[in-house]
Design a protein around this ligand. Sequence first.
Ligand SMILES: Nc1ncnc2c1ncn2[C@@H]1O[C@H](COP(=O)(O)OP(=O)(O)OP(=O)(O)O)[C@@H](O)[C@H]1O
Ligand SMILES: Nc1ccn([C@@H]2O[C@H](COP(=O)(O)O)[C@@H](O)[C@H]2O)c(=O)n1
Length: 201
Amino acid sequence: MERFLLQEQTEPFITFVLGGPGSGKGTQCAKIVETFGFKHLSAGDLLRREIASKSEYGSMILNTIREGKIVPSQVTVKLIQKEMESSDNKKFLIDGFPRSEENRMAFEKIVGTEPNVVLFFECPEAEMVKRVLDRNEGRVDDNIDTIKKRLKVFEELNLPVINYYSEKGKVFKINAVGTVDEIFEQVLPIFAACEAIKQVA
Ligand SMILES: Nc1ncnc2c1ncn2[C@@H]1O[C@H](COP(=O)(O)OP(=O)(O)OP(=O)(O)O)[C@@H](O)[C@H]1O
Ligand SMILES: Nc1ccn([C@@H]2O[C@H](COP(=O)(O)O)[C@@H](O)[C@H]2O)c(=O)n1
């Protein structure tokens, strides 16, 4: 018992990974996981998993994704929270979240914490459109009509979140044009220089 009482409590280390559709968030997350051992939680993947498992929210989520809109925050935050609570790894890369101020406030209220770091992959629209159309993974939202809607939602709802965290000095802006390795070279020093992540299990 005493052994547990004496153990140091460490807070999770949370990184939000933001950027427009096709800006390369998921690709860079895979490299961050490989190098720094984070647990990767993609909000989009968690929502697609709900659709595949035919959960009570499955059809609502599918319709929302088809329209390029944002799923109600309560649903997405609960999925993220469940994954965080069941993970032994407390270094989280939360990819594609928060997508709106409503998402951000729901996370802060339900999970009760803020991110340590926010990565923002900045990419020109034409490049994002090209990457999404070339992705070829059979996603219901990788078509030109839905991409236009997703880009609009990104500008109107996601940029305010980036501005909010910029004002708090938490945002690292990354030029997302170039090869995957060139982009990762900008990401690497952010975590390599971060002492806090070395304290977290
Ligand atoms: N630097 C790059 N140059 C060219 N293509 C890239 C680059 N990075 C990723 N891609 C490709 O672009 C597509 C989109 O990348 P990725 O899925 O990582 O983006 P994303 O930001 O996670 O997208 P979404 O938000 O739509 O899920 C993929 O097919 C990926 O292989
Ligand atoms: N916080 C979020 C994240 C995603 N969505 C919905 O999923 C779609 C795909 O997301 P990707 O990150 O995989 O591109 C997205 O367009 C939204 O419809 C969401 O609602 N909330």
